[in-house]
Design a protein around this ligand. Structure first.
Ligand code: FES
Length: 180
């Protein structure tokens, strides 16, 4: 799944053409596998299995090797995520500080079960391991932003603000593209 904004650089291209161009930009170079995968994720928001197969065809790198890369590095996602990727730290310190309640509130406010994406493509809510700022728990990240000492009220407010600031212009449906 990708949003129009995520593909602003490539609006006139098909998904496969975008992948082909990214790979060609790196001269079909096997040594650029990680950079190629990063750029595909930047364009689409994730790196799905059909994308890995296409990169494999073009570069000669076995799809199994590409798959092992995207599953090893936590920066990669194999499935599409919403416009707002919300990650709730469930490391020990955040767990003790009330992360479970924060996850519950976020799931209630977005209507999205753990690890899933809302039908309108606006929210994905995920539990993650330690985010590295344990004294500030419960810690939540929304895309590149980090929120410390999140309370249930703060969590509700956060969703309200993100919903209000969404500029996509779609109320309940967002145009998405997939490569299946
Ligand atoms: S336990 Fe949450 S940031 Fe470390």
């Amino acid at each position: 799944m990708k949003t129009a904004s995520q593909l602003s650089k490539h609006t006139s291209s098909s998904p496969l053409a975008i992948i082909d161009q990214i790979v060609r930009d790196h001269n079909l170079d096997e040594g650029s596998a990680i950079v190629i995968l990063q750029q595909i994720q930047a364009a689409f928001g994730y790196v799905g299995k059909p994308m890995l197969e296409r990169v494999s065809q073009l570069t000669g790198i076995p799809a199994s090797v590409l798959y092992s890369i995207v599953t090893f590095y936590t920066q990669f996602r194999l499935e599409p995520v919403g416009k707002n990727l919300i990650q709730v730290c469930h490391g020990t310190a955040c767990h003790l500080a009330g992360a479970e309640r924060i996850s519950e509130v976020l799931q209630q406010e977005t209507g999205v079960p753990e690890g899933k994406t809302s039908a309108d493509g606006k929210f994905t809510v995920k539990k993650v391991a330690c985010l590295g700022c344990c004294s500030l728990g419960p810690v939540v990240t929304v895309n590149e932003e980090t929120f410390a000492r999140v309370t249930p009220d703060k969590a509700r407010q956060l969703i309200k603000e993100k919903r209000a600031s969404c500029q996509c212009g779609h109320s309940n449906t967002e145009e998405v593209a997939t490569i299946d």
